[in-house]
Design a protein around this ligand. Structure first.
Ligand SMILES: *Cc1c(COP(=O)(O)O)cnc(C)c1O
Length: 393
């Protein structure tokens, strides 16, 4: 086994780098989670989360990965046989839909090509056809982490409104929250599914759900069985009053620090930094595209994600071979292709605690790996990224 020295460059699109400040904040003893000291920490955290979600509605937390909050949304809102419409965006959207199916829901998929943003007009016309309002929920992934395509949550909301359809609007923001602008209340999202280990810069294991008053009311009539996920057991007013079992206080230590870091920088500056680092990445890939090299998977520049770039390798060249070399030789970790994109795509995460030299170091490793694995490409991608970071535009 080779020994690696120096920093491990963690460039997966989740989990992400955990800042030292967050690690240090968690490096403390346990306190009584029923006491006033913890209560103050939890209150600060939920208030901070509301500012990040841009909501005055309820936010709940669970000890789980994001998959848990996916499931919580399903079991709290629906009854067996209910119909939901999954807007196809990529691997994660289909995965969420598959879970609905497992719970006995009827799942319809609004088909969409993975390289482009979902079309609000297609959603509107499908909902208009549903005159009997059989569709109870519309499920959308804001930032599809498998493709690097960002979907227009506000425009899809307007499509639901234009069709005059009462369906609940469920949005997965796991890889966009605190990286790309998201507005729960303004965009009238009923249920928001979020995780800890991406834009929030925490370890994996905590998940958050934003729940509108409309969704809470719908939950009262839902018939799917639930205990751990049951919103009714957790809520008092608009805040989490109860936790299922022992509260993971160390997570709250970390969350408190991460939220302070985000507020210190300012959310708009956080978004601008993500945009800058994403654009630098895209500049590099566009240069690599020369000589029939790799290309950005997201076809429409307006829908290219600021938190992850999926890169399609030329036909006949294995993305995983190049990815493995990056990890083993340069200690740089990239995301792989998911589902049908396995071996065709590698993904560069640029979300969370990241700055210019970190992204440039990773891009340099990718450019060397393309060379070393014989993938055709244009040279000078890193220089183009640097040029953008210096001169902008
Ligand atoms: C990472 C991710 C998930 C899954 O989250 P886990 O914490 O791994 O369960 C779901 N949806 C999207 C869009 C993601 O990026």
């Amino acid at each position: 086994m080779t020994v690696s020295r120096g920093w491990h460059f963690f460039q997966n699109p989740g989990p992400t780098n955990i800042p030292d400040r967050v690690l240090r904040a968690m490096d403390r003893g346990t306190i009584d989670f029923t006491g006033v000291q913890f209560k103050a920490i939890a209150e600060e955290c939920f208030a901070g989360l509301k500012r990040i979600f841009k909501t005055n509605e309820t936010i709940l937390g669970y000890a789980a990965s994001g998959h848990g909050a996916w499931e919580a949304a399903i079991v709290n809102l629906f009854s067996p046989g209910d119909k939901v419409l999954v807007v196809e965006t990529g691997y994660f959207s289909l995965n969420w839909g598959m879970r609905c199916e497992s719970f006995g829901l009827e799942v319809e998929t609004l088909a969409n090509d993975w390289r482009n943003a979902a079309d609000p007009a297609a959603l509107e016309s499908r909902l208009r056809e549903d005159r009997a309002h059989q569709i109870k929920g519309v499920l959308v992934v804001h930032n599809e982490t498998s493709t690097g395509v960002v979907h227009d949550v506000a425009a899809l909301r307007r499509a639901i409104d234009a069709a005059g359809h009462p369906a609940l609007y469920l949005v997965d923001v796991i890889s966009s929250l605190a990286s790309i602008d998201f507005r729960m209340d303004e965009w009238r999202v009923d249920v928001v599914v979020a995780g800890s280990q991406k834009g929030l810069m925490l370890p994996t294991g905590m998940t958050f759900t934003g729940v509108s008053a409309k969704a809470l009311a719908a939950g009262a009539a839902a018939k799917l069985p639930r205990v751990y996920w049951d919103w009714r057991r957790l809520v008092e007013g608009t805040s989490q009053a109860v936790w299922n079992g022992t509260i993971p206080v160390h997570f709250f230590y970390g969350l408190q620090e991460a939220l302070r870091m985000l507020e210190e920088e300012g959310l708009d500056n956080v978004f601008a930094r993500h945009h800058r680092l994403a654009e630098a990445t895209r500049r590099a890939v566009r240069v690599w595209r020369q000589n029939d090299g790799p290309e950005i998977f997201a076809a429409d520049p307006r829908a290219q994600s600021d938190s992850v770039t999926a890169v399609l390798t030329p036909e006949g060249y294995d993305a995983n071979k190049m990815r493995t070399l990056c990890l083993e030789r340069f200690n740089v970790s990239l995301g792989g292709g998911l589902g049908p994109l396995q071996g065709r795509v590698f993904r560069i995460g640029h979300m969370g605690d990241l700055n210019e030299p970190m992204i440039l170091g990773s891009l340099a490793a990718v450019e060397m790996a393309l060379e070393l694995t014989g993938v055709p490409h244009g040279r000078g991608g890193v220089a183009a990224a640097m040029d953008y970071l210096v001169n902008g535009a």
